[in-house]
Design a protein around this ligand. Structure first.
Ligand code: F0G
Length: 398
């Protein structure tokens, strides 16, 4: 059994109540009676997937699933050696729509069906929209997605359109679209599937379960990941905490959140030692996925970072693009810019001495390279155009 509980005042809500936030304004989280949880997944030998851990997921019906999760954990010896750490990359770009959002959406859309909702909706910098669109299609429930006009990477817009969501391009930034969709969901009775929805985050916490599972139920020392609306870092932290409370792992890794210089309210608050963020009015970064000035889950994220003795750091667009190239060229891992912020952050924190030599680090690469081909083409040399003769070809190869 489980309830929805406010992280601020502790007030509990029935699991069927559609609240999103507490009356006091606090964020909600799903809390389980952990001593009742079946933990046979620890030794079942079942392949990794979101639903392998269904005893820790708040769902009562057959899931709306496209086989999400089970993403590869790559050991990255080259970059790891260069930085003096034991480095792994959990490549969430290998999910059905090419981002980690699918973990949350399989749970969130299933919940929408379970609760008898008629329409699902979200605001998005792109990946949430792509994901909601495919799970909406699979479940046969209409999906509405609000995107910030001209600030969403091409692949994500294509996905949302192709899978049949009603796609709105809003003249405003992500924070504006999120405020709008919250109002829309209240007035129209649509089910809101942004990460303020605590059920969606439950799916995302399975990233933690899979990492621990694959490491033989041991934790890495540190998790490094990009932070936008701040849901994922909160969810992954919750996943590790639950495993520790269940006695399955001994330690919770240091949660380390990376933002872009042009959109880093969580890093600013962390540095000030504040519990609350000051929103950034005009966020800007090449990593459009995390171009967010007023993250709704900031409180949960700051808790996660502080309680785990983690860290928050900002990186520049140039550092992000450099890390994206290095991951692609040295390790064969193709990620979108936001995802590369994790590796850029790892580099910076090694240089600053925050991350120590020899640490076992897992970077989460949240989205696939093909999400944002335009940024790649803008920053890579053009293909070499040649005549269709062997001489011409020979002349330009190595
Ligand atoms: N990386 C990628 C590729 C993302 O798409 C996002 C968020 C994040 C990182 C940050 O995750 O918001 O949980 O802190 N994208 C959202 C979207 C906002 O609408 O697709 P977060």
């Amino acid at each position: 059994m489980y309830v929805q509980r406010c992280i601020e005042c502790g007030r509990e809500y029935d699991p069927r109540e559609i609240a999103y936030t507490c009356e006091c304004g606090g964020l909600l989280e799903i809390v389980y009676e952990l001593d009742m949880v079946d933990t046979s997944f620890v030794s079942s030998g079942e392949p990794l997937s979101v639903w392998k851990y269904s005893s820790l997921l708040p769902v009562e019906i057959t899931p709306v699933s496209l086989k999400e999760g089970g993403t590869p954990l790559y050991e990255c010896e080259k970059i790891g050696q260069e930085l003096g750490v034991e480095l792994y990359v959990k490549h969430e770009g290998m999910n059905p729509t090419g981002s980690f959002k699918d973990r949350g959406m399989t749970v969130g859309v299933t919940k929408a069906i379970e609760l008898g909702m008629k329409v699902v909706a979200c605001a998005s910098t792109g990946n949430t929209a792509a994901s909601l669109s495919i799970y909406g299609a699979k479940a046969g429930i209409p999906a509405v997605v609000l995107l910030p006009h001209e600030k969403v990477a091409l692949g994500k817009v294509a996905q949302a359109l192709m899978h049949g969501a009603r796609v709105l391009s809003v003249r405003g930034n992500f924070d504006d679209t999120l405020a709008l969709v919250r109002e829309l969901c209240t007035s129209e009775g649509f089910y809101l599937l942004n990460s303020i929805n605590p059920y969606r985050l439950e799916g995302q916490k399975t990233i933690a379960y899979e990492i621990a599972d694959e490491m033989g139920w041991e934790s890495p020392d540190r998790i490094v990941l990009p932070v936008g609306n701040a849901g994922n870092i909160s969810a992954i932290y919750k996943g590790f905490v639950e495993l520790k409370k269940l006695g399955i792992i001994d330690n919770v890794p240091m949660m380390t959140g990376i933002q872009s210089e042009g959109a880093c309210p969580v890093v600013d608050a962390f540095e000030r030692g504040d519990e609350d963020i000051l929103p950034v009015k005009e966020p800007e970064t090449v990593a459009t996925a995390i171009r967010i000035g007023n993250p709704v889950n900031a409180k949960k994220a700051l808790n996660a970072i502080r309680e785990s003795k983690g860290f928050a750091e900002r990186v520049s667009d140039a550092e992000i693009l450099k890390a994206q190239r290095e991951l692609a060229m040295a390790e064969g891992i193709g990620v979108e810019p936001a995802s590369a912020a994790s590796v850029a952050g790892l580099k910076k924190l090694r240089e600053l001495g925050v991350i120590e030599r020899g640490e076992r680090v897992v970077c989460i690469t949240t989205g696939h390279l093909l999400k944002d081909p335009e940024t790649v083409l803008k920053n890579a040399p053009s293909p070499i155009e040649v005549d269709a003769t062997i001489e011409a070809v020979r002349k330009v190869v190595f």
